[in-house]
Ligand binder design. Sequence first.
Ligand code: TRP
Length: 465
Amino acid sequence: MAERRESLHGQWSGRWAFILAATGSAVGLGNIWKFPYITGDNGGGAFVIVYLVCIALIGIPVMMAEILLGRRGRRSPINTMTHLAEEEGRSPAWKLLGGGGIVAGFLILSFYSVVAGIVLAFFFRTASGVFEGQTADGVGALFGSLLGDPERLLAWHTIFMVMTTVVVARGVRSGLEQLVRYLMPALFILLIVMVGYAMNAEYAAGVARGVDTPFMSGLSFMFNPDFSKLSGDSVLIALGHAFFTLSLGMGAIMVYGSYLPQNTSIARTTITIALMDTVVALLAGLAIFPIVFANGLAPDQSFGLVFKTLPLAFGHMPGGIFFGSLFFLLLAFAAWTSAISLSEPVVAWLVENRSLSRIYAATVVGLITWVLGIASLLSLNVWSGYKIFGMPFIDLADYITANILLPLGGLLIAIFVGWKMKKESVADELAIKQTRAFDLWYVVIRYLSPIAIAIVLYLKIFKVI
Ligand code: TRP
């Protein structure tokens, strides 16, 4: 048995502190902004099924693997990988897994902050009452005018990056646990209120437009699979989103795992987090799609889906200003706790290897990300004509990270844990009591997860699908 290490950066106070922090990382814009819009763009039900299968067969097993690596190494991802590779007698090149994660983290955080800025702007807009009684066209125009205004986007992006940097500078533990403990349940309840609204009030709006049951239309869009609408790209996007939404494949969960107390069950913890994350995403879809159908909108609104639909409901429901402002505020908090986890791997590494203070490291990371974010922000307006691989920069940054870098990171994690570590090290760290459950997981992480990821990536890269 390896000697037990302590993390340089402290430890969570217990299992629930970790669950809260990791859920805070997992639940964010990915669930409420991205999941509904990619579901809309990829035709609904069949996509949702592929996504759920990816969560169960790849996301959960890989998450367990990533947490166990972090807890065993007890360092930032680069140093954890260097150390474990040495301990297991493997090539030092495995540290590239940590390095690649840092690149992915910068890229994700840069566009994430721009979208989170839009959420902040929508909080103020909703609170000011501009959405009261608006039509779908009116809400769409308000969204469009915000996207077309780089100065305002920059102001919000800056505010969000400053908020993130301040918390990261103070260290993950202080404040974060408390924040997540109260705000996540509040967001969850608000989503249920929105689904309840969609079930009832949207009915009237829909009937007026000749849609009898918008809620049923939303439900059937999300859960009635039509596999003919599924393209090869959809499969890759579903796989990539399983990684994105669980914060996997770039070291965020690894670094959180490195602060996890030794006696916590990784398997149970992972399943709890993945379940909560999935339920939030499905609720967001159930709140949004009925609004789409009740208002005669098309479900494939891409990037703008959540911003063009929810304000419509808030503009018509009783207490809409209150519920709407609260919703966008909580969504901004959810994005905040996710953003913090995106910069934690690189900040922890700078503190360990460059002996920077946390404050200094967080500021450097914040500045670099802020500059990168400006490219994303301008690609929404001034630079919208410039496309790389047919996509504006912000879409490219999202595509490359979520659909290529994160699955690649996940593939390497599965290979390292499944093939490069001694089985005893893995079993010792996971400490699953039922041997059957452990054996099942071990087969999945050795064969099923890596082969599935490799096939999808291979087919996509060589343009077979
Ligand atoms: N999971 C978060 C969301 O769904 C985003 C996120 C946070 C993330 N940390 C990450 C994505 C690490 C990939 C990797 O909004």
